[in-house]
Unconditional design. Structure first.
Length: 145
């Protein structure tokens, strides 16, 4: 596993700042069989990462929301320059299309969006990390070749 001293310092600092409770600083070893996939064999990108880091904020009282959200966002922002920009979808909430694209990579995302346009043009299956159906300006399904 490869994890730089700078990354360790970021994790340690933000873990010390974490409010007591069920929140976590999840550091997951990655690679191995996950990385042993040729490009195009899987829709998920960034499989070469050695570590997945995830600030996981949980709390009970709504009045604590600003503090916990600020902690998680600050932690993520501090780690971002040390990352490859990828996202592991099991660790993503409703954070927008850019985060979903980061998980798949743009080329894979566009290919999946074309499939979605062909098989789910009305976006019925959208209650997950949604891939939106893509159409061209004429309203036709985009066909990726």
């Amino acid at each position: 596993m490869s994890f730089s001293d700078e990354a360790i310092d970021v994790v340690a600092h933000h873990s010390e700042q974490m409010a007591l409770g069920p929140s976590q600083s999840a550091i997951v070893p990655w690679g191995g069989a996950v990385a042993d996939v040729a490009p195009g064999e899987s829709p998920l990108a960034n499989r070469q990462a050695k570590v997945v880091a995830h600030p996981f904020a949980l709390w009970d009282a709504p009045t604590d929301s600003p503090r916990h959200i600020a902690w998680a966002r600050g932690f993520g922002a501090a780690l971002r320059p040390l990352s490859n920009g990828g996202v592991y979808l099991n660790f993503v909430g409703d954070e927008g299309e850019d985060r979903v694209i980061a998980a798949f990579g743009l080329e894979n995302y566009e290919r999946l969006a074309a499939v979605k346009a062909a098989y789910d043009p009305d976006n019925l299956f959208r209650m997950n990390q949604n891939i939106r159906p893509r159409r061209n300006a004429a309203g036709d399904d985009i066909v990726m070749t």
